[in-house]
Write a protein that binds this ligand. Structure first.
Ligand code: AQP
Length: 349
């Protein structure tokens, strides 16, 4: 444990980075998939080089859907290891577990009093997730975006790199921050979303929906073995045959468009030749899939190796996370001190 902490470099001096803080999170709800990687993790790994960045394993969000408490600590550890394996440098970024910094829940409560119920009820993700709930919808599912607002505002982050499904939640946190500033005085920068190419990767087996860990067959996991990746890409839904000559790529069906988006991310140099073949009506989707599958296999091979190696040293991962929480706590505590003061909650009169 100590060894790891000794190897941790201090965060680069603030002056060497653009002074905008980044915050984003990922749920430890099982598989981390290619959609998470393209929409979120990939841009986190880039942003951490330019900005002071906070990346969080959001265990308190994850418990809003059914879970097994006995398995949960292992899932949290695995999610952290996948993040590190996929390029989050826990020395450069602050990587930590949400529940290890108690201020997240305190700020959430305070922000709750500034959040209109109607706005929460209109959130698309809430409406979608509540459709699948059989035994009564819990308040935690409704208040999920308020906790997200607390996550981001606690660190006064202004840049939130996420996938497209989270845009509405970032807009809500912006509204909450604005309301707070108006009512209690200028405190929070207004957070803005940062989307990347591939902000909405579609399900391989049903390109009318997004790639999602809760839909088997829809995703490729970052730690899938090469043969599984090839098999899943081969099975991806496309069209029965090539399009008519002169067809436009931006009018392609969702399944085909999704594969082109992935090609652009994983093998950009091969994109033009397949785009030309599409427009010429000569494209063979099996060729495109083969090129794409190999590019994904190559990209994920080091992730898979690093993940396996990290999981052999779980204490080291735990130590990295403990160190991350130690770095996050003073920042969170300072914000809470300010917020309590502004809200008239600092001690007896
Ligand atoms: N399909 C996707 N394309 C692009 N980005 C995506 N993200 C999720 N799915 C896609 C982004 O990944 C980050 C972490 O998301 P999360 O922890 O909230 O994961 P999730 O949304 O719970 O993942 P699933 O697979 O969609 O879960 P279920 O099946 O439970 O609904 C976020 O930035 C998210 O936008």
């Amino acid at each position: 444990m100590h060894k790891v902490q000794e190897r941790v470099r201090p965060a680069p001096a603030a002056a060497s980075r653009v002074p905008v803080r980044v915050f984003s999170g990922i749920q430890p709800t099982g598989v981390v998939h290619l959609g998470n990687y393209v929409g979120a993790l990939r841009q986190w790994a880039q942003l951490q080089r330019e900005h002071e960045s906070y990346f969080c394993i959001v265990d308190l969000h994850a418990i809003t859907t059914p879970y097994d408490p006995a398995q949960f600590p292992q899932q949290v550890l695995e999610a952290a290891a996948v993040n590190v394996a996929a390029g989050i440098d826990p020395q450069q970024s602050v990587l930590f577990i949400q529940s290890h910094v108690a201020e997240h829940t305190e700020l959430m409560w305070l922000l709750n009093v500034l959040t209109p119920l109607g706005q929460l009820e209109r959130m698309t993700q809430f409406k979608e997730k509540s459709r699948h709930v059989r035994a009564g919808i819990m308040a935690g599912l409704l208040n999920y975006p308020v906790l997200q607002a607390a996550d981001v505002l606690l660190y006064k982050a202004a840049l939130v790199p996420v996938g497209e499904d989270q845009v509405q939640h970032v807009e809500l946190m912006r509204d909450i921050a604005e309301r707070f500033n108006k009512q209690f005085g200028e405190t929070f920068p207004l957070p803005g979303v940062r989307l990347t190419k591939g902000a909405r990767i579609l399900a391989l087996n049903d390109p009318t929906a997004k790639m999602s860990k809760s839909v088997p067959g829809s995703y490729i996991a970052l730690v899938d073995d090469p043969e599984t990746i090839r098999k899943k890409v081969r099975a991806a839904v496309t069209d029965p045959g090539p399009p008519a000559k002169g067809s436009k790529l931006d009018e392609a069906t969702p399944g085909v468009a999704n594969l082109f988006t992935l090609l652009d991310v994983f093998a950009p140099v091969r994109h033009p030749e397949f785009a030309d073949a599409y427009q010429a009506g000569t494209i063979r989707y099996s060729d495109l899939k083969q090129v794409l599958a190999e590019a994904i296999v190559q990209t994920f091979a080091p992730v898979r190796d690093k993940y396996a190696s990290l999981m052999q040293r779980p204490d080291e991962v735990r130590a990295l996370l403990a160190h991350g929480a130690d770095r996050a706590r003073p920042v969170a505590a300072a914000t809470m001190e300010e917020v309590r003061g502004r809200m008239g909650l600092r001690g007896a009169p």
